[in-house]
Design a protein around this ligand. Structure first.
Ligand code: SF4
Ligand code: SF4
Ligand code: SF4
Length: 228
């Protein structure tokens, strides 16, 4: 990436900063917003009933995708403890890019750096095209994008598109999970474990009312917060 070009574009974009960047429809000219053209639409399931909050996924993601300290592509949020000792428990919830089918980050990106890969449905970033304007960070309703301090480009979960997936492996977080709480797969494959689990379990997706059509599904923790 040429720094001079990025700096020039950054200052140009700064001139128009301040406008609201929250559209959920309407594309910029460069954005790839078409639905997947192949028979692949990748998605992820987090089974919160199996998650023990060990953070192995967070560390595996950092190592495999060379994510610098101080920023992260995913986090596991812990709430609790609930109940009375010794029967206390926590809830664990995963936060990472939702791989929205109608992605606000893609709609607002002025350079086409934020895009949806047509062959897989993965929302990704082309660091070479990113000018660091942060429009996408402001537009993402899930607050999962950040500027990578090394590349100076926007960054976030890309389902390990450039690393494990490219090598024919499962995403790093899925591969490492000791309780198999994460299941990655193709929503268009009726034979996949992912689709079988989605058919067999009630699941939840965050902020669906915004029309983003997220592709991270959750099997919610079964225990309630109150024990009488
Ligand atoms: S969760 Fe945020 S970064 Fe991910 S696709 Fe949706 S808007 Fe973009
Ligand atoms: S910071 Fe985000 S919106 Fe700006 S150019 Fe980079 S990817 Fe596009
Ligand atoms: S899928 Fe890959 S990039 Fe996304 S959170 Fe998991 S390890 Fe990180």
């Amino acid at each position: 990436m040429e720094n001079s070009r990025r700096h020039f574009l950054k200052s140009t974009c700064a001139l128009v900063a301040g406008v609201s960047v929250y559209p959920l429809s309407g594309n910029n000219a460069n954005a790839e917003m078409e639905p997947a053209i192949n028979n692949i639409k990748y998605a992820l399931l987090h089974d919160e009933t199996k998650c023990i909050g060990c953070n192995a996924c967070v560390e595996a993601c950092r190592e495999v995708n060379h994510v610098p300290e101080g920023v992260t592509r995913l986090s596991i949020e812990r709430t609790g403890p609930f109940g009375e000792y010794p029967n206390q428990f926590y809830h664990f919830s995963r936060h990472s890019c939702e791989h929205c089918e109608n992605a606000p980050c893609v709609s607002v990106c002025p350079t086409g750096a934020a895009f949806i890969n047509k062959e897989t449905g993965i929302v990704a970033v082309n660091a070479d095209k990113c000018v660091g304007c942060q429009y996408c960070i402001a537009a993402c309703p899930y607050e999962v994008r950040f500027i990578n301090p090394v590349t100076k480009a926007a960054d976030k979960c890309d389902f390990c598109r450039e690393t494990n997936l490219k090598q024919g492996k499962q995403p790093a977080c899925v591969e490492i999970c000791p309780t198999k709480a994460l299941v990655f797969g193709n929503l268009k494959d009726p034979e996949s474990e992912l689709v079988a689990l989605l058919k067999a379990n009630p699941t939840e997706r965050f902020k669906q009312d915004l029309g983003t059509r997220p592709k991270i599904f959750r099997i919610k923790a079964k225990q309630g917060e109150i024990i009488l």
